[in-house]
Ligand binder design. Structure first.
Ligand SMILES: Nc1ncnc2c1ncn2[C@@H]1O[C@H](COP(=O)(O)OP(=O)(O)O)[C@@H](O)[C@H]1O
Ligand SMILES: [Mg+2]
Length: 176
């Protein structure tokens, strides 16, 4: 499975390939990675979290929100579809889990086209196709042995710059 080549993801006419892949050995590694993503993210940032149940999407989202200073309970949006968190630096983070929606039209009832949203973390984004803002980064998580494989695909110019900054930040932070 480690050598599996992931399919290209088309965005409009443009075919975009996965740009980076890393292995997250345990939940701590996922949380550390979430902090690096939070530090380097553009504003606003729209992030698609792909992966099967148990792949670690919510673990990543929760650590990301904590890194942004969210102090209270971080509830799962499984039933509410969206949880909103005002951020200390202004704006608002939206955590979505679209596992239970029938189609993108249901999302419109939530009034999500909120100009205050500075971060979108979307689990099961494929179920909200057509009703989400244009994404900057796609993250693919999958179970690999005791850990998780993580693929990163930039989906916008901001996403491309972000990935470059992330790579620099991570290599500077990496233990030698
Ligand atoms: N890199 C990792 N390696 C091993 N286990 C992980 C890793 N990241 C998260 N986990 C664990 O896997 C489970 C993932 O659950 P969750 O984050 O709710 O997944 P999802 O939201 O994708 O369904 C949690 O028990 C979490 O502790
Ligand atoms: Mg989840």
């Amino acid at each position: 499975m480690g050598d599996e080549v992931m399919g290209d993801k088309g965005v409009g006419d443009e075919v975009i390939e996965e740009a980076a892949r890393r292995f997250l050995a345990d939940a701590d590694a996922t949380e550390q990675f979430a902090r690096a993503l939070a530090r380097t993210a553009p504003v606003p940032a729209v992030v698609l979290l792909h992966g099967d149940l148990g792949a670690g999407k919510s673990t990543l989202a929760r650590a990301w929100l904590r890194a942004l200073g969210v102090a209270g309970a971080i509830r799962s949006p499984t039933y509410t579809l969206v949880e909103r968190y005002p951020l200390a630096g202004g704006g608002e983070a939206l955590h979505l889990d679209l596992y239970r929606i029938g189609d993108g039209a249901e999302l419109e009832f939530l009034g999500l086209d909120d100009a205050d949203a500075t971060l979108w973390l979307v689990e099961w984004p494929e179920r909200g196709a057509g009703a989400l803002p244009p994404a900057d980064l796609r993250i693919d998580l999958s179970i690999q042995g005791d850990g998780r494989a993580c693929g990163l695909t930039p989906l916008s110019p901001a996403g491309r710059d972000w990935l470059a900054a992330l790579t620099t930040a991570q290599s500077l932070a990496a233990p030698t």
